[in-house]
Design a protein around this ligand. Structure first.
Ligand code: MBD
Ligand code: FE
Length: 297
């Protein structure tokens, strides 16, 4: 069975590109990469041409998620699978493939209306080694684990679960969590070593994107980011803590777009069997409320 292999890239729409350039480089360590296109710039985190396309626009939300398959035959298999399941899609044109720096891709929507692209053959620029936006002790965890994870909105948990299962992801409910409005049961799914590449089931405030998670190879880089975020008094939704599911040490703070960035270190590999939790290992104490993650972890 064909399956996606990683969350390869994301497109984000941002209303304040200058704030984002500063934030991405100084608070996170990402490389700002500009090809002088008037409506967008890129963020790099490894040797790929880009991992983020930052489109100028009003929505301050996710524009699309790019899910990778191995190659052209797998993209054709994915097309057949989408047709079998009655999912509408379009095939990227030569111009659209060039725009994304991929050899081929399909465009479709998930059941909540979130734009999805399935692609193969990203442009990898080995002549342009990753140049972090600030001093770093290590690097970002990517390789076969993809760029990180997204927690996105779902309007129908069962429909979202079936859709991402169709794309080849596995997972389950991994928490029963208290919120001001009752217990929620979010679902976490993986397609490679990263414990989860996507999650859904946290109430949405209207945006498709609740948070993105990026992972450092070195604890000291997480600490440095935490220092910068604290020094700039950026709202922190959940303080440093260790998740019960992926075991990552993380904290959540607000991006210039309003949705949250979860920066982390030390995540464990995905497991074939499922389990669920009520609370995290330690920490993740709530701080800033009303910024999208009022949960008891
Ligand atoms: C996560 O990455 C996360 O965002 C939440 C809410 C719970 C466990 C792992
Ligand atoms: Fe997360």
């Amino acid at each position: 069975m064909v399956a996606v292999t990683e969350l390869g890239y994301v497109g984000l729409t941002v209303s304040d590109p200058d704030a984002w350039k500063k934030y991405a480089s100084e608070c996170i360590g990402l490389e700002v990469y500009d090809e002088n296109e008037p409506d967008r710039f890129y963020l790099r985190m490894d040797n790929w041409h880009h991992r983020f396309v930052m489109h100028t626009g009003a929505s301050d939300d996710l524009a699309y998620m790019g899910w990778r398959v191995a190659g052209e035959p797998e993209l054709h298999e994915m097309e057949a699978l989408l047709r079998e399941n009655g999912v509408e899609y379009s095939v990227g044109t030569i111009e659209e493939n060039e725009e994304r720096r991929v050899l081929g891709h399909l465009k479709l929507n998930d059941p909540a209306g979130t734009p999805i692209e399935i692609f193969y053959g990203p442009r990898v620029d080995l002549h342009l080694p990753f140049h972090p936006g600030r001093r770093m002790h290590g690097r970002f965890v990517t390789n076969n684990a993809g760029l990180g994870h997204c927690l996105i909105a779902s309007t129908d948990l069962a429909a979202s679960y079936e859709f991402y299962r169709m794309l080849g992801l596995s997972g389950s409910i991994e928490y029963h969590l208290g919120t001001p409005n009752g217990v929620i049961k979010p679902i976490f799914m993986h397609c490679n070593d990263r414990q989860h590449s996507i999650a859904f089931g946290v109430p949405s405030d209207g945006k498709m994107l609740n948070h993105m998670m990026l992972e450092y190879t070195h604890l000291d880089d997480l600490g440095a980011s935490h220092d910068v975020v604290r020094k700039r008094e950026i709202p922190v939704a959940l303080q440093l803590g260790k998740h019960a599911n992926d075991k990552a040490l993380t904290f959540y703070s607000q991006t210039p777009s309003g949705w949250l960035m979860e920066l982390g270190w030390g995540g464990c590999k995905s497991e074939p069997q499922q389990s669920y939790h009520h609370l995290d290992v330690f920490g993740h104490g709530p701080e800033a409320t009303g910024v999208g993650l009022d949960v008891e972890l």
